[in-house]
Ligand binder design. Sequence first.
Ligand code: PLP
Length: 425
Amino acid sequence: MNYQRFFEEAIDQLHAERRYRVFADLERIAGKFPRAIWRSNGRAEEITVWCSNDYLGMGQHPDVIAAFQKAAGKMGSGAGGTRNISGTSNPLVALELELADLHDKEAALVFTSGFVSNEASISTIAKLLPNCLVLSDELNHASMIEGVRRSGAEKKIFRHNDVAHLESLLQAAGRERAKLIVFESVYSMDGDIAPIKQIVDLAERYNAMTYIDEVHAVGMYGPRGGGITEREGLADRIDIIEGTLAKAFGTLGGYITGTSAVIDAVRSYAPGFIFTTALPPAIAAAATTSIRHLKRSQAERDAQSRQATRTKQVLAAAGLPVMESATHIVPVLVGDPELCKMASDRLLGVHGIYIQPINYPTVPRGTERLRITPTPFHSDALIAALQDALVETWDALGIPYGSAGRPSVTKSDRIIPLLVPKSGG
Ligand SMILES: *Cc1c(COP(=O)(O)O)cnc(C)c1O
């Protein structure tokens, strides 16, 4: 038996499908975000990162770094144990209070990542409900799909953001059966937003529980960074709000918030919460500092929103196939895995611009794309450089432009019209 052969074949398969993943070796430079040092073939080069989920640059905020350093200096590097066995540090307790307050819920529970929070919470909640039917949006994140799968509960998938389809499934299940609707607020690959109010209306009408993933929205939307549910005044009508500390909050960890009973049950029954070491106190302290800052400060959200809008306008005006997006995420369609990888390689190697290609299975085949995430630190000059680099790359590789085609003028110094219709998608 040649065991190694099976692993080699599995990898060959990915190469053949042009979706073998290559990681960029990066060193982020605190104080110079989004600049980073990229190491490749023995060389080190300073580049611009255009695909980070550190959406507001909070990972380099001086107060956040100071809180991290101070807590590490006082309490050491690790948590020293699981939550149950010596790992519940005071900064972690404070973080959970902060998160419950952020979403105006009775309680919160922190996990070691957003992935773990979804997998552990959805599986535990659906398992504790008798004969639960899980209704899951078809574009839900892998972590939610894993949670549903592990629950062992029956599941029905509703078409993406399709409330009529969801209603027909709720109706068929009837009011008496336990039902859990799991969905996201911001879908991160397309940048669209769920019809949360309509979903909540349906949940109330058909007596279902609701679980929303606000991972891409916390810190970003709502007057205190409480997400789309805060912005739309719907947080109190959602049963469980889940989020991450690793994207806009710039640190690490995931969490759920909800009633004391739900949180206590997950705390008490979820293996993914119980049998793993707690988040280190330094990370908890840094996360709390970041959340508190974004509760008070609009400056980061305003600047981010401005730069995202400008990026969309500038790229669309150059005829690039910017996909329709209701949020801060700027997807640019390539539509082919090989070209998408080549475009990414060229942007990095020739232009010093890093945008990871997004291929199947993260997005459907034929919709391979570059997913661009502008932050407050992506200046107008960086946006102009991005436009020039993308146009050069599109031309060099013969990637199709949007339906409107490429306008005759493509230099970044020309006047940008205020409202440019988005093309392609
Ligand atoms: C990134 C992501 C997660 C996982 O969060 P991590 O903290 O990175 O583990 C969960 N849900 C969605 C929708 C995500 O995009």
